[in-house]
Design a protein around this ligand. Structure first.
Ligand code: ZN
Length: 211
């Protein structure tokens, strides 16, 4: 049986790029819990209504609710999945195994990257204020400096949450919670580490050898 994938990586590590490549080129299904929550609300199912009332109240959606959402939307026999953005901590990793995967083969893929380089990648991110296109001054600069390739807008800005101190704090929090998660998968021989600084196609090939 094919292995499901659990993508783990800091913001800016490129896991989103790989996820969309696996969807278009290998037919995997991408499970982002944020997208699932929005979709379920749009469906106006009983579960969706429950999610909506929690979110409207300003509370965080509980792990229990996320798990029920996954159980309702995931058919592990029928499709091969990429779990993205979940689990975020060890309790969630254990619950995912117990309540959703239930022994189905799965590999956690960790997009490993040097912290300093991640900070530079993220602080060089610019967003077009007009159309939302995302650039990176180092790796994906607009063709004409300061001008959006997509819409020609000239307002390329750094988002507030891409400021250096915010990013450093966010990455530190990520690192602290992800370490035990990595150890959990490592101890079970289910962890694959990829060098997130490699070319997109090299990383794709390394992960594809597993699926
Ligand atoms: Zn634009």
């Amino acid at each position: 049986m094919k292995s499901h994938l659990i993508f783990i990586g800091a913001p800016g590590s490129g896991k989103g790029t790989q996820a969309s490549k696996f969807v278009t080129e290998k037919g995997l299904k991408h499970i982002s819990t944020g997208d699932l929550l929005r979709a379920e609300i749009a469906k106006q199912s009983a579960l969706g209504k429950e999610v909506k009332s929690v979110m409207d109240s300003g509370a965080l959606v509980s792990d229990d609710l996320v798990i029920r959402l996954l159980q309702a939307n995931v058919d592990l026999q029928k499709s091969q999945y990429i779990f993205d953005g979940y689990p975020r901590n060890i309790a969630q990793a254990q619950t995912l195994d117990k309540e959703v995967l239930k022994g189905a083969p799965s590999t956690a893929v960790y997009f490993e990257m040097d912290m300093g380089k991640l900070v530079s990648r993220l602080t060089n991110r610019r967003t077009c204020k007009t159309c939302g296109a995302i650039y990176n001054l180092i790796s994906k600069a607009p063709k004409i400096t300061g001008v959006c390739d997509v819409c020609g807008g000239t307002n390329l800005v750094q988002r507030a949450d891409d400021q250096e101190d915010v990013i450093k704090n966010r990455l530190q929090v990520f690192q602290d919670t992800v370490s035990p998660v990595l150890k959990y998968y490592q101890d079970q021989g289910r962890l694959m580490r990829v060098d997130a600084e490699k070319a997109v196609d090299d990383i794709f090939g390394q992960i594809a050898s597993k699926v």
